[in-house]
Design a protein around this ligand. Sequence first.
Ligand code: RVP
Length: 487
Amino acid sequence: SEKLRVPESLTFDDVLLRPMESRVEPDDADVSTRVSTNVELNIPILSAAMDTVTESGMAIGMAREGGLGVLHRNMTIEQMVDEISHIKRADELVIPRDDVVTASPEQTVSDVDAMMEHAGVSGAPVVDDEDTVLGIISGTDIRPYLEVGETDAVREAMTDEVITAGEDVTAREALELMYDYKIERVPIVDAEDHLVGLVTMQGILQRREHENAARDDDGALLCGVAVGPFDEERAVAADEAGADVIFIDCAHAHNLNVIDAARAIAENVAADVVVGNIGTREAAEEVVDFADGVKVGIGPGSICTTRVVSGSGMPQISAVAEVADVAGPQDVPVIADGGIRYSGDAIKAVAAGADAVMLGSFFAGTDEAPGRVITMNGKKYKQYRGMGSVGAMKSGGGDRYLKDEPDEEEDYVPEGVEAATPYKGSLASELHQLVGGMQSGMGYVGAETIPHFKEKSKFVRVSAAGQTEGHPHDVMITDEAPNYSPN
Ligand code: RVP
């Protein structure tokens, strides 16, 4: 039958990168990339828009390492706006006035000590009712209570020859002041000496530590946000709050109602708009004319049951390759979303045509993911659930999979499961392994940049026997490797 003449489609384990002549050392491989038309990253990695993966803590961690976190949408618009501003302000040079903890000259020393401890700061500008800076008080001025009594006024204990700077101060100038005067914080004042902000040594050092961070033109960390296709209000709010990339978050973006709604959102926001998920050439053709990026993945996710429940899906390597065939020539970046277990899978997705990859389970076990560590049988885990699972849909994410939410729990037809994933520690060490493995793949292919790698790399087909050969075999692993665990 004609019906049974079906094209073959492939996924990660079906292929390997063909090793090629190379002079590229993995460390020298440049992994910077574009995630959407106007947004560049220093590593080609995104964390998934899932309520057990990406809130502001993860997004800050991802951007500091050069990638991008995409905030999930199981939260109110107000919470989303707060989360965006938290990310945007995380690495700010000048802490704005409203966020600066200040003391008043009449407060007692013990009172201000308690206040600073509560706020987690070790010093505070002292201001009068008009916000004029009178001095600065720090832990060392008061902590030992050597020269001042607990009930003395701050006025007695503070340093009143305070070094301040103007609003246009640069990090270098602030640092010079700190070294010259042996101080750790510089209040920022306007022409009338009114407090408008604060620069701290800790803040400057933190920025220096993350040289590879993904930042916007103002130096703030990049931030991605997921919105439902029919939630233009959320998209506009995210845009106004400073989101750099808005992800239209849908399990089947080739739904033409979704495409119409996504197009309207793209016309009404300044941020880049990435449309997904899709998995075919035909779907790509519908969106490349207005999307700033496309996201690929129908059913590859570790917690996803879409293929089992609906009988529909596209093995991920084929899906990425099909979409890239259409998006590549239009210069629209492609993101491969879901199914990545190892760094090798990530770089195979790039070889298939992706500019960046998105992962959920890989990051759900890190400290930066929301949720607490649970212990089962003496092993540590964190919760990880599909956004199409009953639990996640009940907390508001249902319209990724359904248009109308049912009233009764048994009325849900979930396309995801609720699970646990091994606890992994810090995001930075996970990313180190992931990016290092991808660079290693670029070394085997002899490509120094992601665009060159995409063009040059070739696949070989792997049989079931070849698959077995590729994993550790005929041995018992005695020490766990940081980047490998048997499935
Ligand atoms: P993985 O990295 O394999 O854990 O996959 C994460 C991806 O799975 C997400 O970015 C999303 O596209 C998809 N997902 C999220 N929830 C569900 C579901 O419930 N089916 N799928």
